[in-house]
Design a protein around this ligand. Structure first.
Ligand code: SAM
Length: 364
């Protein structure tokens, strides 16, 4: 079986590494997805363990597709009763490139028709709005179509631990990617001086303690009719047993706003890592530092403006950059590109996206 693992723009290399770490061999990747072969067990493990992927799709059918009859026939080769339950609504998304079939609406309509004709030959399929949808993704490239089924449901960054956030939270999978990119060594101290709802520190703690990020959530495949439910429980238990019990990491997180720190603590509790992170109220403009800088890895997401005036922002970035210059490693992500005025020449940058928002990741 083949799977398509989607991810935020620019992070497919990290997903590739994660898949290899799980013992799989990805065979080709693009900016926002990676193809990998495996079985249902692998699909469950990737959903449970990937920190960076958005969704895991099962390729249920693949074939040439020059006209709508071929598309209809291809969709009908899938045994849909394995994947769809009575009352579930079906949502089809489409990506078509360099192909004769271009109209998204018609591709959606034909796919829907082919599925419903198979699962409801008498034409009745009462919808239950309380049920999760079955998400089908039709990708046609160069007149070859793949019919994918979303095995994840909600994107995997929705881990289930973030009860509340501040104004501009990072997506959990982007935060995890930043921690990985920072090359932080788990034995050394880690500091997020603008922690907000705590996402970066929580993802750092989950990584350091080898806690599978999907342990708190459910997945679409749990509703499929062709899956071994015992296997899912076994994989979850295996994951729980792989957690490191040692909690003595130096993961430090601070913010000038006391209320947001309380939210960060609650989120960390929900993620089972509140005992692995230290929380401190601290203003970056303060002359006193809460930690020794020399062995620190700083990874952060400073404010970028909506509520702060330009001179305040400039001041904040000047302090942050100077702390990073004096620490071991330093990285920050922001959409405030004016900060480049104060960046030393040797710093580099990488373009990423937090959802639809373009952001820059600066590092030295
Ligand atoms: C973009 S948010 C961080 C969001 C966080 N990454 C998350 O996922 O929730 C920036 C944070 O910087 C904090 N902040 C603003 N000015 C600060 C200062 N002078 N010192 C420390 N923290 C500050 C804000 O309270 C806010 O929580």
């Amino acid at each position: 079986m083949r799977f398509l693992v989607s991810c935020p723009f620019g992070l497919s290399k990290l997903v590739n590494n994660e898949l290899q770490y799980l013992g799989l061999t990805p065979h080709h990747s693009f900016e926002t997805w990676v193809y990998v072969d495996g079985d249902f067990r692998d699909m469950m493990r990737v959903n449970l363990w990937s920190r960076i992927a958005n969704k895991v799709y099962l390729e249920a059918a693949f074939g040439p597709c020059f006209d709508f009859d071929a598309l209809f026939a291809l969709v009908q080769t899938v045994d849909w009763k394995n994947y769809v339950n009575p009352g579930q609504n079906i949502v089809v998304t489409v990506h078509s490139k360099w192909s004769k079939l271009e109209s998204t609406r018609t591709i959606q309509a034909i796919t829907n028709k082919a599925v419903y004709k198979q699962i409801s030959p008498n034409g009745t399929w009462p919808m239950d709005p309380k049920k999760e949808t079955l998400d089908i993704f039709v990708m046609i490239i160069d007149n070859r179509a793949s019919i994918f089924i979303n095995s994840s449901w909600a994107p995997l960054h929705q881990r289930g631990y973030r009860i509340q956030t501040g104004d501009a939270p990072l997506k959990e999978n982007l935060a995890a990617a930043l921690v990985v990119l920072s090359r932080w060594k788990y034995g050394s101290p880690f500091w997020d001086p603008f922690c907000g709802s705590g996402t970066l520190a929580i993802e750092a703690a989950l990584l350091a303690r080898n806690i599978a990020p999907g342990l708190k959530r459910t997945f679409a495949y749990q509703q499929w009719n062709n899956l071994d439910k015992e296997l899912y429980l076994k994989i979850k238990t295996e994951a729980k047993n792989k957690q490191y019990k040692d909690k003595k990491y130096q993961i430090l997180c601070s913010d000038s706003d006391e209320k947001i720190l309380e939210i960060a603590k609650t989120n960390a509790e929900q993620a089972w890592v509140d005992d692995t992170i230290s929380f401190t109220k601290h203003d970056i403009l303060s002359p006193l530092l809460p930690y020794e800088l020399n062995d620190l890895t700083i990874v952060s997401n400073p404010p970028y403006g909506k509520r702060l005036n330009e001179s305040n922002l400039e001041n904040i970035y000047t302090h942050l950059i100077s702390h990073i210059q004096n620490s071991n490693w330093g990285w920050f992500i922001t959409s405030y590109k004016e900060c480049e005025r104060n960046l030393p020449k040797e710093w580099r940058k990488k373009k990423l996206f937090n959802g639809a928002d373009e952001v820059m990741f600066y590092f030295r």
